[in-house]
Design a protein around this ligand. Sequence first.
Ligand code: GUN
Length: 303
Amino acid sequence: MKSGDFENLIDGKMISEEILSELKIEISDFSKKSRPPKLTVLIVGEDPASQVYVGMKVKASSKCGIDSELIEMPGDIPEETLIERLKRLNDDDSVDGILVQLPLPDHINEQKVIETISPAKDVDGFHPYNLGRIISEKARFIPCTPKGIMELLSRYSVETEGKEIVIIGRSLIVGKPMAMLLSAKSSGANGTVTLCHSRTKNIPGIVSRADILIAAVGSPGLITGEMVREGVVVIDVGMNRVDDPKAKKGYHLEGDVDFSSVQPKASLITPVPRGVGPMTVAMLMKNTLQAAEWARGDGDDIQ
Ligand code: GUN
């Protein structure tokens, strides 16, 4: 049985396509008044997974009417060259959104790169200015994966208020902003959040309390059926490449959740693939339109 056949499935692929169609109309209206939004994507080196992700971002842009530009830089470029390039893109009025695909090669300081991108063009939402605005509950750009998860929970009418929400993984990209968003004092949030990480004691004990479980650690099959309660809502952010000689590509994708044992106990569950992944791309498109709107003076000041 394919994961697509289950009734309790959260279909991220379908929702993301709905969102891209909605956005296409909004962007077409926007582009009647102004030039279309433009996203510039930078990739450094030749990491195969990063190349796939970047390809998806460029493809989604053209699908919904966003102009995109892909800048490919060799893996051995000096950090300073990348920083200079970003500064020029910050000053370029024809560019609305800038995204540097991560991870970067070891000799480049990722945080320095993130902090070079103008917060007004930071469609990934990784700049400390944008992360700080989430903590103050005055969010501007929200990182695409947590934003996509909020959208899925809302579109599947998942009640979060007062619920026990367990997040596994404390990354700046997913876990930390997710914890802030779900514990915010606002509708669609108001959750009681527990953030677990590699030093957490008794993860199974904490997971067993979860009404909503979000796994974002990069450890295939970490969460198993006996760990979760009946009726749990499960969001699997894991995108682990597992060697598979039988697969065409030599690997297959696995989430952090052991789907076959968790799915029968869950009230709702995201599959991998076709779950959270496509939502991340759709939210990037949303953020890029917002960047373009804000750049044309639609919204309050942003530095
Ligand atoms: N690498 C993995 N996820 C992401 C993402 O959301 N944005 C960027 N820029 N790089 C990533």
